[in-house]
Design a protein around this ligand. Sequence first.
Ligand code: NAD
Ligand code: DAU
Length: 362
Amino acid sequence: MLNDLSPIIVTGGAGFIGSNFVLEWLQAVGTPVVNVDKLTYAGNLGNLGKISADARYTFVHGDIGDRKLVGDLLGRCRPRAIVHFAAESHVDRSIHGPDDFVRTNVNGTFSLLEEARAYWTELGQEEKWRFRFLHVSTDEVYGSLGANDAAFSETTAYSPNSPYSATKAASDHLVRAYHHTYGMPVLTTNCSNNYGPYQFPEKLIPLMILNALDGKPLPVYGDGMNVRDWLFVEDHCSAIRAVLSNGRIGQTYNIGGNSERANIDVVTAICDLVDEMRPRAGARARRELISYVKDRPGHDRRYAINAAKLASELAWQPSAEFEAGLRKTVRWYLDNSAWVESVRSGAYLEWINKNYTERVSL
Ligand code: NAD
Ligand code: DAU
């Protein structure tokens, strides 16, 4: 019989947001979690080291596209919910090689939905009523805003511009269709840019922190005036918990931080924090490491989230103010050099060469 003490299955729980979610879930909720992760370059069991011996936590190494593995797991664990994070998540990588994005984000989500549907269909009436499939998605599905456009709401038309956002949009549509056609109890969240501990240093904030620390160039794409709406990862996790507990079935909820910042302002703030926390006697200020480089093809200009629905229906608000969250994040990367070294392997260096050598300074 499924009840509130039944496990939840998290996919992609060894990635940045997934691992923060699993760690927080065990603290905040405390019921069992099963984490299915393929451990791609972005998955790191080191993120979950402190709970590896926790009896409430189980790790399963697997691909969400492996129907047999997922089907068997659902039958064995009998989860009350699936929280679906697993994805290829980096826009620049999707430009260099979209195949994995289609495979995991589209086909993988489809396989997961099919197995979840088979499991859910066989549940008893009350168990069926309790079950939830929560799909974690992105604001990038809505495309790009102009400087004076209203922020994205749940009714903004989809207009994805990168292979990454196109595959996330496709997965959102599949999830929606499984509710509309089969009545599956799904929820979708579309969130803005996250930052915080355990983010793989291919994304803007950790890349800039580590380059600044090492005295390396800070590659700002284009004119540096693209705007993102930043959310501290803990706030994303609390929003997902709120939607999972009380979100209305079949609905989508936008999640954002009310913290729009131009990239150049984020990078200069990082420079100043690193200068303050790791001063270099006689060396140049880190701001002088900033180097404007060739733009990302199809680079979305601005994202901004209107999270009023989440605030009014579920009383959720972001708790971290951006400057305080950024300070905490810089501190975390400085204090966790062993983690940093463990993720900066040969494969990481290959990616850095591939993405940045052709990007000559402007
Ligand atoms: P991430 O790249 O850090 O982690 C992805 C995880 O998924 C990794 O652990 C990886 O091993 C795993 N994975 C990849 N393919 C898999 C497969 N086929 N089967 C099983 N596991 C697989 O990503 P993230 O930044 O933590 O993002 C998590 C989710 O949140 C994604 O769905 C992303 O689209 C969404 N999202 C991210 C952000 C952000 O700012 N990072 C914002 C909004 C939404
Ligand atoms: O909006 C949510 C999305 O945010 C998530 O769905 C994605 O998974 C996540 O990767 C993120 O996408 P972005 O493309 O916005 O994040 P990224 O950190 O790659 O880039 C942030 C901004 O910084 C973007 O305008 C590009 C710019 N940038 C990025 C890198 C890596 C640079 O100027 N230089 C860089 O080296």
